[in-house]
Design a protein around this ligand. Structure first.
Ligand SMILES: O=c1ccn([C@@H]2O[C@H](COP(=O)(O)OP(=O)(O)O)[C@@H](O)[C@H]2O)c(=O)[nH]1
Length: 385
């Protein structure tokens, strides 16, 4: 099904403040009481620092809010974004060096935020699949290191400010964000859009089922209940850990979790026959290659990939229809790279378009890390048929 949707300007969308008061995190001051008489020229500016510690990179978002009136919600005025690669999990065995990347990004925050605001500016880090995939003690060492650096910084460090976000929250928050930005979030909303997020380490799917059957037949932990507008929404959501683009490629090569990385070369018919490279992910380096004396191509590659996802992926019947999904992260990157959508405007594709391109094999993409887009990249809308 072709679905033609506008790409919203995220700042303009945020200025709508659609009934989101119960969605604001507690740190954001919301003036609720009527202050009489109202001060003339009341205007206050404040900031917030958010770190997105992903499996392939760490990004800092510095938000500037302006509250023009004490009875109104603050409005997002500006956002500053900066990213470094690789992600924290690449420093699994050297947490101090990982911490250094955070220190570098905090320098950007110090340059952006006026000095007198530092002490009241909250700083928070949420880690995703990269840290979820590490042994617990290695992930903890990295989080402890970051917490120490935050404590040494001049910024305000709220409780639990350095944590691993769980996959359910990651999927649900992406759904809330996309539906808010596209204007689908209001009381009794029925026409929402689903989200597909393909990260490096995990991939998320979230949508609001229209059929009761979807909720009843889904595995119990795939249903998340969230409260908005005085009602409960039952969302279908799941994060497949180890099935982000990079982790799944390594799994296809039989490399993820394997031993003998020093001497083993992991081969796949998904790679050109003469291909040979070292790939680093999660603090480990893998030697990968095509099959020089064998075959490469769609059919064999498809069989290899099938072995990785078979029995793991739950396919709700409902999405086989004409559901609208907004796909982003590596879905977007790969769609741009293979010429399916425009890099600056995003676009609409069907799942079968990806398959067609893969069969053509025109852009046999073999680079695990290609150019990263900021949080502001438009999404590829996937209309499933
Ligand atoms: O603000 C951001 C941060 C990341 N990405 C995309 O997210 C993917 C990488 O995911 P990540 O490293 O966060 O992996 P995860 O930890 O989510 O598996 C890449 O396609 C990036 O372009 C993005 O679109 N906007």
């Amino acid at each position: 099904t072709y679905y033609n949707h506008h790409i919203y300007n995220r700042y303009r969308a945020l200025n709508h403040h659609a009934n989101m008061d119960n969605q604001l995190p507690p740190e954001v001051p919301v003036a609720k009481e009527e202050v009489a008489p109202r001060p003339v020229n009341f205007s206050r500016t404040f900031y917030g620092i958010m770190f997105d510690a992903g499996s392939t990179g760490t990004r800092i978002h510095i938000y500037k809010f302006i509250q023009k009136d004490p009875v109104e919600l603050p409005v997002l005025d500006n956002e500053m974004y900066h990213a470094v690669k690789p992600g924290l999990s690449a420093y699994a065995d050297m947490p101090a060096m990982g911490g250094e990347t955070i220190r570098q990004l905090l320098k950007v925050a110090k340059k952006t935020i006026p000095k007198e605001q530092w002490i009241q500016t909250p700083v928070v880090l949420k880690a995703t699949a990269g840290l979820r995939l590490l042994p617990q003690e290695k992930a903890k060492a990295l989080l402890d290191e970051v917490k120490e650096i935050f404590d040494d910084s001049p910024f305000f460090v709220p409780n639990n400010s350095v944590t691993i976000m769980n996959g359910t929250n990651e999927g649900v928050l992406a759904w809330v964000t996309v539906n808010f930005l596209t204007g689908h979030l209001y009381a009794k909303t029925k026409r929402t859009v689903g989200i597909l997020d393909l990260g490096g380490g995990s991939t998320q799917i979230t949508f609001l089922p229209r059929l009761k059957k979807t909720v009843l037949t889904a595995p119990e932990d795939y249903i998340a209940r969230i409260n908005m507008f005085n009602s409960t929404f039952e969302l279908y959501t799941h994060s497949y850990l180890g099935n982000g683009l990079i982790a799944a490629r390594l799994a296809t090569l039989g490399a993820l979790g394997a031993d003998g990385l020093d001497w083993k070369v992991f081969r796949s018919s998904c790679l050109p026959k003469k291909f040979r490279e070292d790939w680093s992910f999660g603090g480990l380096t893998y030697k990968v290659s095509g099959i020089p004396d064998g075959f490469a191509g769609y059919k064999l590659c498809y069989q290899e990939v099938l072995r990785v996802v078979k029995g793991i992926v739950h396919q709700p019947f409902e999405v086989k229809g004409s559901s609208i999904f907004y796909a982003f992260s590596y879905y977007y990157d790969r769609a741009v790279e293979s010429g399916l959508i425009d890099g600056s405007r995003g676009g609409t594709v069907e799942v079968r378009d990806f398959k067609k391109r893969a069969k053509e094999g025109k852009t046999l993409d073999v680079l695990p890390f290609s150019k990263e887009h900021s949080g502001q990249s438009p999404a590829a809308h996937i209309a499933q048929t």
